[in-house]
Design a protein around this ligand. Structure first.
Ligand SMILES: [Zn+2]
Ligand SMILES: [Zn+2]
Ligand SMILES: [Zn+2]
Ligand SMILES: [Zn+2]
Length: 122
């Protein structure tokens, strides 16, 4: 079984979040997860995979650490609390113009696509 990140080294571990088999170089040994998941992990709790990013600070947040303030907008709990709830968050976002762009998820997806592309052999 080859590592599903680099497709070169022998996989020695399985990511506990996504189930990919990975080599030691692509394993976050402390957390038992692959390098893909390590990058996509919620930046608030560091425990679960993020589902979106905070519209205020841009951190990746998981289902538990994010609060939905709009049909498309989520913020992290720390921002939600510090801005005084939903109305405070929306006022802040209005002032700021637009939410910050967070490349995390996009890069994550692109990396997966790249890996898939590269796995067919040149
Ligand atoms: Zn690897
Ligand atoms: Zn993983
Ligand atoms: Zn979280
Ligand atoms: Zn935030």
């Amino acid at each position: 079984m080859r590592c599903e990140v680099c497709w070169e080294a022998e996989a020695t571990h399985k990511c506990r979040l996504c189930g990919r088999s990975v080599c030691p170089a692509h394993l976050d040994a402390a957390r038992g997860i692959c390098s893909f998941c390590a990058e996509a992990l919620c930046q608030v709790c560091g425990e679960q995979l993020s589902i979106t990013h905070c519209a205020v600070c841009g951190r990746l947040v998981c289902l538990d650490c994010g609060v939905q303030v709009d049909t498309v907008l989520h913020v992290c709990r720390p921002c939600y609390t510090s801005l005084g709830g939903r109305s405070g968050v929306l006022a802040r976002l209005r002032d700021a113009g637009k939410p910050p762009r967070m490349p995390g998820i996009r890069e994550f997806v692109e990396k997966i696509l790249e890996t898939r592309k590269g796995s067919g052999g040149e």
